[in-house]
Write a protein that binds this ligand. Structure first.
Ligand code: ADP
Ligand code: SR1
Ligand code: MG
Ligand code: MG
Ligand code: MG
Length: 436
């Protein structure tokens, strides 16, 4: 064991650990003789074990001091587990229906024990690739985002409480730096980490690096990401961080959590839905067989923002005379002014959402599990960069894939530059259809 009390798990070590950890043993019904352990991590950073016994199942997630999909050559603080556990607990308290319960956290071991999100839950990104509809997704995600973002903002909190919460999450600096690099920097310069479908998109990638207006806009977003502590974000809310069935939605993996601009979370989700939309033609087996599915994705984008708007502003109304210090009742207690303030706040948030969503689309920084083998072979360039998510990576024919990626990239560039001209989500949906 290292002097700091950390040990990477092995199956044997995990078994011994469970035996001496009562809260975890209890979740397994204290029936530890016939346990099955399976490592199932398919994400980029960490190791995830499903522990199943005759009387229950749990998930154990451990952070090692490097990025899993690359290896020890890319060190990364294992303290990320502390921030993940903290966000799971805080967001879980605010929205227990959509966040897995944390049973146990061990800071020295960087280990979280949590609810096993059982089958038939699957990762949303995989469901979107398979063409599966989730009728409650927009309702559930808007619930999660409105509650977690509202209750951790100055619309609900005093500035004193807010500052001490912000201070705690300032420590998640390394993960924030990873986002700064992957989302706001690498796509706009030559970087060993960039990748794209070559040679088809060589000119498109170069065009991103040469686009001054795009760079001007992305700099503004980067400032906001680094400087604005608006609410406690999930920080990595792409469709690979959500597990779903038609009736249930569970948000996992908030290790990038920190106090940042709300639009970064909302944009990550909506931007990834737009990527899923533009990837559909690459998954269709015969002409038009994804047409109605594409309509469902657009409806989900529309409903997500509209429901978010309704729920968020309803929370604001409910707590308008509470202790939130953003708009003191003594100054803002006339209905006309309240309406103006709310319109401005929501309009700004909408533009942030579109801007961050577009930036996430351009970077498309969530490598597919299918690429892990390429990484093991040492091809680090194949990890992050322009337009890269499993939605596209699973399209086998490179020319077909490049065509889908180009549409998504061009749409995102346009959205990033023109976002202030959109005022309603249906205008964005129409723009997506026009681009297609
Ligand atoms: P990473 O931080 O490496 O991206 P994730 O938290 O996204 O790790 O987990 C990786 C994978 O492990 C997920 O894609 C999912 O398949 C599985 N997983 C993670 N947490 C749970 C859970 N609580 N229940 C069931 N499966 C889970
Ligand atoms: C090299 S890590 C790239 C991405 O994986 C994580 O899930 C985050 O999205 C990060 O940007
Ligand atoms: Mg993940
Ligand atoms: Mg509901
Ligand atoms: Mg993660």
């Amino acid at each position: 064991m290292a002097s700091d009390g950390f040990q990477p798990l092995t199956e044997q070590l995990l078994l011994e650990y469970l035996k001496v950890t009562p809260p975890l043993a209890a979740k397994l019904g204290n029936d530890l003789d016939k346990l099955e352990i399976k490592e199932v991590g398919d994400g980029n950073l960490n190791f995830v074990y499903i522990v199943s016994g005759p009387s229950g199942s749990i998930v154990i997630k451990q952070a090692l001091p490097y990025i899993r999909c690359i290896g020890e050559s890319w060190p990364m603080t294992k303290e990320r587990a502390y921030f993940e556990a903290s966000v799971l607990q805080e967001h879980g308290g605010l929205c227990p229906n959509h966040v897995p319960e944390v049973y146990h956290f061990d800071r020295k071991m960087c280990l979280i024990g949590m609810r096993y999100i059982e089958p038939p839950h699957i990762i949303l990104r995989k469901g979107l690739i398979a063409g599966m509809e989730y009728p409650l997704l927009a309702d559930h995600l808007s619930e999660y985002m409105s509650r977690t973002l509202f209750y951790t903002s100055l619309l609900y909190r005093t500035t004193t409480d807010h500052k001490s919460a912000v201070a705690k999450f300032c420590g998640n600096v390394e993960l924030c730096r990873l986002t700064e690099q992957v989302v706001f920097s690498d796509p706009y310069k030559v970087s060993e980490y960039n990748r794209w479908t070559t040679p088809y998109l060589d000119a498109d990638a170069e065009a991103v690096r040469e686009d001054n207006i795009l760079k001007l806009e992305v700099a503004e977003l980067k400032s906001k990401f680094c400087e604005r502590s608006q609410a406690l974000l999930h920080g990595d809310l792409h469709t690979g961080s959500i597990m779903v069935t038609p009736g249930s939605t569970q948000v996992i993996d908030p290790e990038f959590g920190f106090y940042g601009p709300m639009g970064f979370d909302i944009g990550a989700f909506i931007g990834n839905l737009i990527l899923a939309y533009f990837s559909q033609d690459g998954h269709s087996e015969k002409e038009g067989d994804r047409r109605s599915y594409k309509k469902w994705i657009l409806k989900t984008i529309l409903d997500t923002w509209n429901l978010f708007h309704t729920k968020f502003t309803a929370l604001w109304d409910k707590h308008k005379d509470g202790s939130g210090e953003a708009y003191l009742p003594a100054i803002y207690n006339n209905p006309e002014l309240q309406l103006l303030v709310k319109q401005k706040y929501m309009d700004d948030l909408f533009h942030d959402t579109l801007g961050f969503g577009a930036a996430k689309m351009i970077s498309s920084s969530n490598p597919a599990s299918s690429d892990v083998s390429a990484v093991v072979d040492g091809e680090i360039q194949r990890i992050v960069g322009v337009a890269h998510v499993e939605d596209f990576e699973s399209i086998k024919e490179a020319d077909k894939r490049a065509e889908c990626e180009r549409k998504a990239l061009n749409f995102a560039k346009n959205l990033l530059k023109e976002r202030r001209n959109f005022h309603k989500i249906n205008e964005v949906v129409s723009a997506i259809e026009d681009f297609d």
